[in-house]
Design a protein around this ligand. Sequence first.
Ligand code: AMP
Length: 459
Amino acid sequence: MTELMEQSATTKITFPSLNLDPQILRAVEEEGYTEPTPIQIQAIPHVLASRDLMAMAQTGTGKTAAFTLPLLQRLLPHASSSVSPARHPIRALILAPTRELAIQVEESVKTYSRHVPLRSTVVYGGVDIKTQKPELMKGVEILVATPGRLLDHVESKNLMLNQVQVLILDEADRMLDMGFMPDLKRILTLLPKQRQTLLFSATFSDDIKKLAQDFLINPVTVEAERRNTAAENVKQSVLLVDQDNKFNVLADQIRSRDLKQVLVFTRTKVTAARVAKMLERDGIPSDAIHGDKTQQERIKALDAFKEGKIIALVATDVAARGLDIDQLPLVVNYELPPNAEDYVHRIGRTGRAGASGEALSLVDDKEERLLKDIEKLLKREFPRERAVFAPIAHASSSHRATRYSTPGHGKKTTPEEDWFLRPYEPSPVSAKVEEQPSIREEKPKKQIAALLSRPLVKP
Ligand code: AMP
């Protein structure tokens, strides 16, 4: 435990007590942060003391400010309003695994540095490299980059890394998962040996420890949350649903809770695209982000989601990594991730920086093993509730007439409603549902309804 952590047990640590410049504190205050988060309390003093740091912190803990605020403080002596590019060499390099995370981190850097004359920019793949060159040529102190595109710029001689004093590896575990190790090793050879290195990772696997050995010197280790524990302020629940019924349960959850924002995770790009399309057809504004989308499409979808123009954003694990959406109330795992640790990352999108959130997993029989892996990792068991379905006797022919409800999500059932809890039977409507080619694959094979808290569809 650091001195400050010990102190925080008795007195409240405030931002001013962290020895940050008033102009940095001004930006923090403007963001409405009243007190530092645990990872900020732990990391900031070490970064200011020029120590190498290995920090275990998930997205949502305030980790970006944990490294950016002391970084700005450290670079302040170099702050300059000069227009000469020579006065603005790259002094800090922040590497991030995905374009979305890189963009978000750079936005945070811009936010926190708004009152100090330090420049930043971001470079990532998927867009024309030439469009990124002018900004680099003007000179920036802080460069946020994805590893591959950084090396492209090095190759094109658009930038020099020989004056980098601070290297930050953000979401290092994901960079390794995505196969960036060779790129990272190459980048390392381009940096001065004398530098400070900060490594942030949601998990400390053996691979991460090995990476730390190669990249860091005598690092301090800090930990915002214990290994592989999911955020405690996130309510997690499991609903057992057949694959065929998942879509309707999802749509019902969104409608019956009157959700304005929900992030939905799927395992594959194909499912992400399909679920988003089906939600749209069902009258729920949605979009998908996944690897096949262009960068512009992904940014557009993300912005629309943040601005409330769409309700559901359907994403694959890689595309959603690092997304920072304020006060996201619900994350739905439409499919469980093959890798249990990704579950922790996924649900870290809600309940961020102290806010409460909820994660709901729709699990079919085939995913039981994956669920067990997650339970093993988190050392807890989730109660399983089954979504209950029954036919609507006189449902309208539209697939939107399908009604669902889920246990624990409404009032007690009446005898009439109990009737609907019996196993469902095919209705003539099902044929019509199946006739709709674009939704055939994921629409229920039988028209079903469910009930508990929902009004029945009148004949
Ligand atoms: P991060 O873990 O860096 O992705 O940050 C998650 C969210 O927490 C972001 O929306 C930040 O703006 C917010 N945040 C960071 N530090 C604080 C703080 N001290 N108080 C309140 N919110 C914060």
